[in-house]
Design a protein around this ligand. Structure first.
Ligand SMILES: NC(=O)c1ccc[n+]([C@@H]2O[C@H](COP(=O)([O-])OP(=O)(O)OC[C@H]3O[C@@H](n4cnc5c(N)ncnc54)[C@H](O)[C@@H]3O)[C@@H](O)[C@H]2O)c1
Length: 297
C-alpha cells in the first residue's frame, strides 16, 4: 500500500532532472502518472522505468506553454486513468541575460513556459478536479531566484509570479478541497549546470540527487498533507525548509502622513539598519553608502 494508491497525477517536464524524480516517486507511492515532456524520448524512457518497476504511467508530449497543450495533458490523464488528483507544474527553461541586454523573446519564452504554463495547466486540472468533486493537490515550482538573481530578470520574475499565483489559488480553491503549494527544489540537472555567479562564471556545486525532491511532492499530493496549502518549501538533498512569505515589516508612522522633507530628515536614521539583503545570495545589505551613477569617463 502506498500513500498515493488510487490517485492519478500529471507532471510537466517529467522527462529529465527534477521532474523525472517527481514521476518516479509519485509512481513508487502508488499514483498513476502522466509523464509530460516536449522531449519525447526522455518522457518515454521515464514511462518505461516506471512500468518496469510495476507502476502505471503514460507519456505526453504537449508543449505546456500553450492552451491546447495544457488541455491535452489533463484530458490524457482523464482518458488513461479516469481521474486527476494532482498536477505538478515543473517544466521550465532558462534564457539568462543581464537586464539591459535581455530581448523581448528571451523574456516572453521564459514567462510563457513557467508562469503561463503553470497558470494554464493548473487551471485545466482544477476545472476537472472541481467536476470530480474530490479535491486535489497542485504543486508549483518556484526558485530562490525569485528573491532576485543576477542575469535572471525573466526567470526570477516568472518564479515570483508563480509564488504569488500559489498564494492566490490556495485562497480561491480551498472551498473545493484543492490545495496549492510550491516547492523551491534543488538538484544537479541540465538546468543547474548553467548557473552562473555575478562574475559570469558557472557555479561549481557538489552533486545533489534531483530525484530526492519527489518524496516531498508525493507527500504534498497525498491526503496526509490535507492541512497544507498556500505554502512554499525549499526541498532537495536532505532538507525541507519553509520559504518565508513576503509581508509588511517594521514601519514608521506619522499623523497626517509623511512628507518627502520629513522622510529626508528621519527615514535613514530610523530605517537604515532595517534594509534587507537583496537577492538569492543574501549578502549583507551593500547599498547604505548610496546607489550612484559611475563617475563620468
Ligand atoms: N535544478 C535546480 O537546482 C532548480 C532550482 C530551482 C528551481 N528549479 C526548477 O525546477 C524545475 C525543473 O528544473 P530542472 O533543473 O529539472 O530542469 P531540466 O532542464 O533538467 O528539466 C526541465 C524539463 O522540462 C521540459 N520542458 C521545457 N519546456 C517544456 C514545455 N514547454 N512543455 C513540456 N516540457 C517542457 C524539458 O524538456 C526538460 O526535460 C524548473 O521549473 C526549474 O525552474 C530547478
Amino acid at each position: 500500500m502506498g500513500i498515493l494508491d488510487g490517485k492519478a497525477a500529471v507532471v510537466t517536464g517529467g522527462g529529465r532532472g527534477i521532474g523525472r524524480g517527481h514521476c518516479l516517486r509519485l509512481a513508487e507511492y502508488g499514483a498513476s502518472v502522466v509523464v509530460n515532456d516536449v522531449d519525447p524520448d526522455e518522457g518515454k524512457t521515464v514511462v518505461e522505468e516506471i512500468v518496469k518497476e510495476g507502476g502505471k504511467a503514460v507519456a505526453n508530449t504537449s508543449d505546456i506553454g500553450t492552451r491546447d497543450g495544457a488541455k491535452e495533458l489533463v484530458e490524457q490523464c482523464m482518458d488513461a486513468f479516469g481521474r486527476i488528483d494532482a498536477c505538478v507544474n515543473n517544466a521550465g527553461i532558462v534564457r539568462d541575460r543581464t537586464f539591459l541586454k535581455m530581448s523581448d523573446a528571451e523574456f516572453d519564452d521564459v514567462f510563457r513556459i513557467h508562469a503561463k504554463g503553470t497558470f494554464m495547466c493548473a487551471q485545466e486540472a482544477a476545472l476537472r478536479m472541481r467536476e470530480q468533486g474530490s479535491g486535489g493537490s497542485i504543486v508549483n515550482t518556484v526558485s530562490a531566484a525569485h528573491y532576485g538573481n543576477f542575469g535572471q530578470t525573466n526567470y526570477a520574475g516568472a518564479k515570483g509570479a508563480i509564488a504569488s499565483m500559489t498564494y492566490t489559488w490556495a485562497l480561491e480553491l480551498a472551498r473545493l478541497g484543492i490545495r496549492v503549494n510550491a516547492i523551491s527544489p534543488s538538484g544537479s540537472t541540465r538546468m543547474s549546470a548553467t548557473y552562473k555567479g555575478a562574475d559570469g562564471k558557472v557555479v561549481e556545486a557538489p552533486f545533489v540527487d534531483p530525484t530526492l525532491n519527489g518524496h516531498f511532492v508525493a507527500y504534498l499530493c497525498s491526503d496526509e498533507a490535507n492541512w497544507i496549502t498556500g505554502q512554499l518549501f525549499g526541498t532537495g538533498g536532505e532538507r525541507v525548509v519553509m520559504v518565508e512569505q513576503p509581508r509588511y515589516g517594521t514601519g514608521v508612522f506619522q499623523v497626517g502622513g509623511w512628507t518627502a522633507d520629513d522622510l529626508a530628515k528621519h527615514f535613514r536614521r530610523v530605517m537604515g539598519d532595517k534594509m534587507q539583503p537583496v537577492g538569492l545570495m543574501k549578502k549583507p545589505y551593500p547599498y547604505l553608502e548610496g546607489v550612484t551613477p559611475p563617475e563620468p569617463k
